[in-house]
Write a protein that binds this ligand. Structure first.
Ligand SMILES: *Cc1c(COP(=O)(O)O)cnc(C)c1O
Length: 440
C-alpha cells in the first residue's frame, strides 16, 4: 500500500467540525448529530482513515467499488481519457467512450435490449425509465395509462418519480403527501430466494394488475434482491409472474438492476435468476467500478420506436453531463476487467461464488443470537437482520475496532464486499458483523 500520512489530531478535529456544521450527508440533519469519519485515501479493498487506520470496505462504497480502490487499470482508463477530453456536451456531439460503453451494455444485457440512454445517476436513470414507459403508452394512444405498479419494500432512488415507487414507509411518503404521484403497491414479495412461490401472493399480483390495467403504464421492481428498502431476497418465480402479467395486460416491465447488476447476486443480472427479459432496464452503481457517477437506461427496439414515433418525437430528457467521457471510459475498463474481456483472466462468477461461501460460513454463528431475526446470503451480499433498529454508531464502533467499515441502517447489519476481497478479508468482515450482533 502506498504511504499516506495520517493527519494531526487538531487537523482531523477541524475537518470534522466544519463537516458537521456545513456539509450535508445522506439523509442527515444539519448540523449533523454524529460525526462522519474522514478518509484520506483508499487502496485495494481498504479505506485509509485520516488517523492512519485502515478499514476493509465491506460496503464497496454502496455496491459500486467492485474492483476495490486505486486500481491501476481503472486509474489508467481515467487518466488516458483525461488527456483527450474530460467532457463535451452530448447534444449533437458523440464520442468513442460512450459508443464503446453502449456497445458493451447492449452485448451484456439480454438480447432485446438494444437502445441505451446515459444518465448521470441511478436516480435519474429510473426517472428516465418511468418517462420512457409513460411516453410509450401515450404514443400508443393510451394516455390514461400513467401509473406504475410495484411491490412494497422497494428502493429506486430519491427524486420525486423514484420516491413514488419506493416503499411508502421506508420512503417516507407521508413527508410528501399530496405531491408524489400515487402508484399501485402490492405487498412485499414473500422472503427467501429458495422459498416455494406462494399461490396467494401470485393471486394478489394478478388481481391488482387486472383491476388497474387500464391505468397502468408499467411494472417496476428490483429483480430478486430488494436493496436499500430492506435487503430482502425473493424467489425468481415472482419475477416471472410479473413478466407474464405485464405481457397479459400490455404493460412494460422495468427492472431496476442498479444494485443487482454486474454479478452482485451471483448472476450477472438479477433478472438472469428468473430468465426474464425486461422492456426497460436501469444500471448504475458498479457500472463505473465505483469511480464516477454514471448510470444508463436500456430499452427494447419496440419501446424506442414507440416513443420516437409519438408526439414528442423523442425521449424528453437530456442531462448536461450525459455520456460523460471520463465516466464512460472508466466504465468500459471496469466491465472489461470484470468480464475478463481484457484478457487478464478475472472471473466475476468465481469471485462472487467464493465470497458467498465465506459469507455463509462466517455469518452462520449469528443465527440464533438474541436480538437476531434472520441471517441471509445471496451472491456477494450478506445480511444480519436484527429484531430492533440498531444503534448505528455503536455497531460501527464494534466493526471499526475489527478493522472493517460498514454502514448499518434500521434493523440491518449487512455487507457487499468488493469482489477482489480475499477469503481472509471477507472472514474479517463476517467476524466483525457477528461481533456487532453479539454486542446488541
Ligand atoms: C442506489 C439505487 C438507486 C439510486 O441510484 P443513485 O445513483 O443513488 O441515484 C436506484 N435504484 C436502486 C435499486 C439502487 O440501489
Amino acid at each position: 500500500m502506498a504511504e499516506h500520512t495520517a493527519l494531526p489530531p487538531e487537523e482531523i478535529e477541524r475537518l470534522r467540525s466544519y463537516d458537521r456544521e456545513h456539509v450535508w450527508h445522506p439523509y442527515g440533519p444539519m448540523p449533523a448529530k454524529a460525526d462522519s469519519h474522514p478518509v484520506v485515501a483508499a487502496e485495494g479493498v481498504r479505506l485509509v482513515m485520516a488517523d492512519g487506520r485502515t478499514l476493509i470496505d465491506g460496503m464497496s462504497s454502496w455496491w459500486a467499488a467492485v474492483h476495490g480502490y486505486n486500481h491501476p487499470v481503472l486509474n489508467a482508463a481515467v487518466t488516458d481519457q483525461l488527456g483527450r477530453m474530460a467532457h463535451v456536451m452530448f447534444g449533437g456531439l458523440t464520442h468513442p467512450p460512450a459508443i464503446r460503453l453502449a456497445k458493451l451494455l447492449v452485448e451484456l444485457t439480454p438480447e432485446p435490449l438494444t437502445k441505451v440512454f446515459f444518465a448521470d445517476s441511478g436516480s435519474v436513470s429510473v426517472e428516465v425509465a418511468i418517462k420512457m414507459a409513460l411516453q410509450y403508452q401515450r404514443a400508443r394512444g393510451r394516455p390514461r395509462r400513467h401509473r406504475l405498479m410495484t411491490v412494497r419494500g422497494g428502493y429506486h432512488g430519491d427524486t420525486f418519480g423514484d420516491m413514488s415507487v419506493c416503499d411508502p414507509v421506508n420512503g417516507m411518503h407521508h413527508l410528501f403527501a399530496g405531491i408524489l404521484p400515487r402508484q399501485l403497491f402490492a405487498a412485499p414479495p414473500p422472503g427467501g430466494y429458495d422459498a416455494e412461490p406462494d399461490p396467494a401472493y401470485l393471486e394478489e399480483l394478478a388481481t391488482l394488475a387486472a383491476r388497474h390495467a387500464d391505468e397502468l403504464a408499467a411494472i417496476i421492481v428490483e429483480p430478486v434482491v430488494q436493496g436499500a428498502g430492506g435487503m430482502r431476497f425473493y424467489a425468481p418465480a415472482y419475477l416471472r409472474a410479473l413478466r407474464e402479467l405485464a405481457d397479459e395486460h400490455g404493460l412494460l416491465l422495468i427492472l431496476d438492476e442498479i444494485a443487482t447488476g454486474f454479478g452482485r447476486s451471483g448472476a450477472f443480472w438479477g433478472a438472469d435468476h428468473a430468465g426474464v427479459v425486461p422492456d426497460i432496464m436501469c444500471v448504475g452503481k458498479a457500472l463505473t467500478g465505483g469511480y464516477m457517477t454514471m448510470a444508463a437506461t436500456l430499452c427494447t427496439d419496440k419501446v424506442a420506436r414507440g416513443i420516437s414515433e409519438g408526439e414528442g418525437g423523442g425521449l424528453m430528457h437530456g442531462p448536461t453531463f450525459m455520456g460523460n467521457p471520463l465516466a464512460a471510459a472508466v466504465a468500459c475498463a471496469s466491465i472489461e476487467l470484470l468480464t475478463g474481456r481484457d484478457g487478464r483472466g478475472r472471473d466475476w462468477r468465481a469471485e462472487v461464488g467464493a465470497i458467498e461461501t465465506v459469507l455463509r460460513e462466517g455469518l452462520a454463528p449469528a443465527r440464533g443470537l438474541p436480538g437476531v431475526r434472520d441471517v441471509r446470503v445471496l451472491g456477494a451480499i450478506g445480511v444480519i437482520e436484527t429484531e430492533q433498529p440498531v444503534d448505528v454508531a455503536a455497531v460501527q464502533k464494534v466493526v471499526m475496532d475489527h478493522g472493517v467499515w460498514l454502514r448499518p441502517f434500521n434493523r440491518l447489519i449487512y455487507t457487499m464486499p468488493p469482489y477482489v476481497c480475499t477469503a481472509e478479508e471477507v472472514a474479517q468482515i463476517t467476524t466483525a458483523m457477528v461481533a456487532a450482533a453479539r454486542s446488541l
